[in-house]
Ligand binder design. Structure first.
Ligand code: AMP
Ligand code: MG
Length: 309
């Protein structure tokens, strides 16, 4: 067990260091129902920022579950749509991630999301009949920001860029190495505000968090959040309140963080032991913080989850 001193910092904070290159740029974009901050260093920073903004807008118009003419909406209306190869690949990857998580990452639970009013923000607790009559409908909200992080790093690869840090609504994507040789330091948000701890990563990496505090409503004194257990159609209640997954593949990180939130700590740890292609930080509802042994977590007290030999 490893004990470190807890320091409370302000909100989600990117400790990116101040050794900024001469040629750098930053943009804030509102897309996918969230605020995105893009910070880029390198000769082509402005060009790369322009391309990234275009890509975010394009991805939103294809993968939005609420825009009337998006691909997702057209598929859900039963239209026979001709898919591009990247579109086909993402839908297939979503199905594979669903299989990997035994259906707990479920890219077809859009009907439940609608029934709870998360699309139009007309929140309501649906009755049993509403939930029973729900049909499979695509909703890629559980991976689209992680996928966007992957696509944006591909764009950065095509330009003369030294490094970048992209905050896609709490999904953090790092790119390249910091010049001082220090790791990127990513603060994870505490559900109550402040910071849960700081994760250090090197190079190009995705740090993706799913939490019940990110989107929710209250009715009759009860809180209902946006991560749904596909087995019941109700908000997941696995004993976890925040799950962060760290790995190279942003789409995988995003799917796993959502699925682990649903499956709970024990099964998430089993999944980590069996696969070991990611690291994770878990916060339980009763305030216990855990991180797998491969994660460099500081500024907090936590228990290390060791590899089983
Ligand atoms: P995230 O913030 O990545 O955990 O994703 C949450 C979003 O994914 C929700 O707003 C829904 O659009 C969708 N979602 C909710 N529950 C699930 C689930 N069990 N599997 C896949 N997507 C989900
Ligand atoms: Mg997710």
């Amino acid at each position: 067990m490893k004990r470190l001193t807890c320091i409370v910092l302000a909100l989600v904070l990117l400790l990116t260091g101040c050794a900024s290159a001469k040629r750098s740029g930053a943009e804030t974009v509102f897309a996918m129902d969230t605020v995105m901050d893009l910070q880029v260093w390198g000769k082509d920073a402005q060009k790369a920022l322009g391309k990234m903004k275009e890509e975010i807008t394009a991805l939103e118009s294809v993968w939005s579950a609420t825009k009337q003419d998006s691909l997702v909406t057209r598929l859900n209306m039963g239209e026979d749509v001709a898919l591009t190869q990247p579109q086909q690949e993402l839908l297939q990857q979503a199905e594979e991630l669903s299989a990997r998580t035994r259906g707990l990452f479920d890219p077809k639970l859009g009907g439940y999301i609608r029934a709870w009013g998360f699309y139009d923000k007309q929140y309501k607790v649906p009755d049993e009949e509403d939930l029973e009559s729900v049909r499979p409908q695509w909703d890629l909200g559980g991976i689209v920001k992680g996928y966007a992080g992957d696509r944006l790093t591909e764009i950065l690869d095509t330009f003369n860029i030294d490094r970048a840090i992209l905050n896609l609504g709490g999904n953090i994507q790092t790119y390249g190495e910091k010049p001082d040789g220090e790791p990127w330091k990513i603060a994870i948000q505490h559900p109550d505000g402040g910071t849960l701890g700081t994760v250090s990563v090197r190079g190009t990496m995705a740090v993706v968090t799913s939490g019940d505090y990110q989107r929710y409503f209250e009715q009759d004194g009860k809180v209902y959040h946006h991560i749904i257990d596909p087995r019941s159609g109700y908000p997941a209640d696995s004993g976890l309140t925040s799950v962060t997954v760290i790995c190279k593949d942003g789409t995988l990180a995003d799917a796993l963080s959502t699925a682990f939130f649903v499956m709970g700590m024990e099964k998430a740890v089993d999944h980590w032991q069996a696969n070991r292609d990611f690291g994770m930080v878990l916060l339980t509802k009763d305030g216990k913080l855990y991180a797998t042994e491969d994660v460099a977590l500081t500024d907090c007290q936590y228990e290390v989850i060791p590899y089983e030999k």
